[in-house]
Design a protein around this ligand. Structure first.
Ligand code: SAM
Length: 190
């Protein structure tokens, strides 16, 4: 990919209304909206910011936890080599898969289940994007991050901190806190 300008360009091109059928009249509003099952499509400016923070490079293998509507998945898949996305709510996963295949994406792999455990079989991942709030950083996700890899994850209870986890080539992990954010909870052990 993948300059920040390319990401911003595709972000402007991608019609958010396609991901929020019931609420499509609000697609242009910079806020999270319900997508059913107690879940939300994320605030678009935050989706853009998190995608830029993830710093996707050509051919990257990306793990996404929390497919939701598939809106963030589209931005990842446009610039990554492949995306492995995990969602725990079946109807959300099915709807997201239909939307993304209608948009022509063929580099996305879907799994229904608890993403706080990652997706071991296809690890390691160059990048991991978590779009639900963890109370602490799930160790299984850190384990599944490749050397030189990067994860973006909201961490905390109530209000969260958008956190970046970087693993160097020697496997050492560095954690950096960022802006305050508000995501629905990551359901599971973390
Ligand atoms: N980025 C998505 C979008 O733009 O539509 C929004 C994601 S929404 C804020 C968070 C998603 O994480 C929800 O769809 C929720 O069901 C999912 N989720 C929560 N805990 C999960 C878990 N343990 N494993 C997989 N998905 C999970």
């Amino acid at each position: 990919m993948g300059s920040d300008m390319d990401v911003a360009g595709y972000f402007r091109e991608l019609d958010r209304a396609l991901f929020m059928e019931g609420n499509s009249r609000y697609a242009g509003v910079d806020a999270a909206f319900p997508i059913g099952h107690g879940q939300t499509i994320s605030q678009p400016s935050l989706v853009l910011e998190m995608t830029i923070m993830l710093d996707i490079r050509p051919g990257c293998k990306v793990l996404e936890i929390g497919t939701g509507s598939g809106y963030q998945t589209a931005l990842l898949a446009r610039f990554a080599g492949s995306v492995y996305t995990v969602e725990r709510i079946e109807p959300l996963m099915t709807a997201a898969r239909e939307r993304l295949s209608r948009l022509g994406f063929s580099n996305i792999h879907y799994r229904l289940g608890d993403g706080s455990q990652g997706w071991e079989e296809n690890a390691p991942y160059d990048r991991i994007m978590v779009t639900a709030a963890a109370h602490r950083i799930p160790p299984r996700l850190v384990d599944q991050l490749a050397p030189g890899g990067r994860m973006v994850i909201p961490v905390g209870r109530g209000m969260q901190t958008l956190t970046t986890v970087c693993k160097d080539m020697g496997g050492n992990v560095r954690i950096e806190g960022g802006i305050p954010v508000l995501f629905v909870d990551l359901v599971g052990d973390y």
